[in-house]
Write a protein that binds this ligand. Structure first.
Ligand SMILES: Cc1ncc(COP(=O)(O)O)c(C=O)c1O
Length: 374
């Protein structure tokens, strides 16, 4: 298909963000108009450490409906997004020099958070179903982590979702070896095909610190998310100096989102992006199935943003990237997702940022490139 790459530049399938054209400008304007018509000034004041109580209430209601499992406001601590939640836990629950376990591969920017908090990062193997709990159990014979960081549903970059059996085993190990599970569940509500297993916090509130975010279900620019965990942990989280000085995060934005929730705009927006991303996911994987050489493998994702391609062992996707740029396309090389620079013969593609025609064009280019290269 002949299309003009957006802005005349390349189509970078490595970009892991929502499409600007889909972001909820209209919805947030409506939410703000409603809020200002109410004449309530509380959002212009400092908020309690765990965040605006009324948003925690309406968020608990929203999550209960969408997770189809009860969430209470007492278990929600508002954050400025999942990244902030991760930093808060890394700074308040762990101590410098402490060990954290991560999946190999994992979300690459999580390393930056762990390193800036002087934590020691140790990788745990995965397979096509996510975290390898048997390998984890073996590792726990020698390592004493403060927490394990995992992306259990629609993993970034792998797209994998951890089965219920593995979730149960993981909780059992966390209880036996006494570590926290920091579950990054930002893609939990972006399920397109079939049903995702319940979020990890539904299995155990005492061991699981679940990170959620409005970034993927509404807008990254609002910088608002939440931690769902046992309220006993809140005093630890609230010892963070920034929160003590500035109060709970973003009361003003919280009020706009609370208003969007009250108007049902978050519900309808979530349904809309789920449909659009689901169609993009199905289209991209269908095109990849038809254009990729048979030596390239991938697992079809059922949600989230990403497809993780496995190339033959001999290929280095970092070297392939220069040729991809010549063909006006891009991707994220696999080594980015490992502190030990493993996964050199893997690459990550995202289907959320571009429309179907752009995805099709870029995947066809990639197919041609790989057919030539391999
Ligand atoms: C697994 C994962 N965690 C966290 C984030 C960042 O989330 P937030 O914008 O809420 O900080 C991303 C964004 O790409 C992500 O993929």
């Amino acid at each position: 298909m002949e299309i003009q790459p957006r802005n005349g530049g390349r189509i970078d399938l490595g970009i892991g963000r929502p499409d600007l054209a889909l972001l909820p400008f209209k919805e947030l304007r409506e939410a703000a108009e409603r809020y200002f018509s109410l004449g309530d000034v509380t959002c212009l004041q400092y908020a309690p450490l765990a965040g605006a109580p009324s948003l925690r209430e309406s968020l608990a209601d929203f999550l209960t409906r969408h997770y189809q499992s009860r969430v209470t406001p007492e278990h929600l601590f508002l954050t400025a997004g999942a990244s902030h939640g991760l930093d808060l836990v890394s700074g308040q629950v762990a101590k410098p020099g402490g060990t954290v376990l991560v999946e190999a591969p994992t979300y690459f920017l999580a390393f930056k958070v762990f390193h800036s908090r002087n934590l020691r990062v140790v990788s745990v193997p995965t397979d096509s179903e996510g975290l390898d709990v048997v390998a984890l159990e073996n590792l726990l014979e020698v390592e004493r982590p403060v927490f394990l960081y995992t992306i259990p549903t629609h993993h970034n970059p792998m797209g994998a979702t951890l089965s219920i059996e593995r979730r149960v085993k993981l909780i059992e190990l966390a209880n036996k070896y006494e570590f926290f599970i920091v579950a990054d569940e930002v893609y939990q509500l972006l399920n397109y095909f079939g049903q995702a297993p319940p979020r990890l916090a539904a299995f155990d509130h005492n061991r699981v610190i679940s990170l959620g975010s409005f970034s993927k279900i509404l807008s990254p620019g609002v910088r608002l998310g939440w931690i769902e965990t046992a309220p006993e942990l809140f005093s630890k989280l609230g010892q963070c100096g920034v929160l003590q000085s500035g109060g709970g995060v973003s009361p003003f934005t919280s009020a706009m989102i609370e208003s969007a929730l009250a108007l049902g705009l978050q519900d309808t927006y979530l349904e809309r992006v789920r449909n659009v991303y689901g169609q993009r996911c199905a289209h991209m994987t269908q095109v990849l199935d038809s254009v990729l050489p048979s030596s390239v493998n991938f697992v079809h994702p059922t949600g989230g943003f990403f497809v993780w391609l496995e190339l033959p062992e001999s290929v280095d996707s970092n070297l392939l990237l220069a040729e991809a740029h010549d063909a006006n396309i891009g991707f994220r090389p696999g080594t980015l997702f490992s502190p030990d620079r493993e996964f050199k013969n893997f690459l990550r593609l995202c289907f959320a940022y571009y429309n179907e025609a752009e995805l099709e064009w870029a995947c066809e280019q990639l197919g041609r490139l790989l057919t030539r290269y391999l």
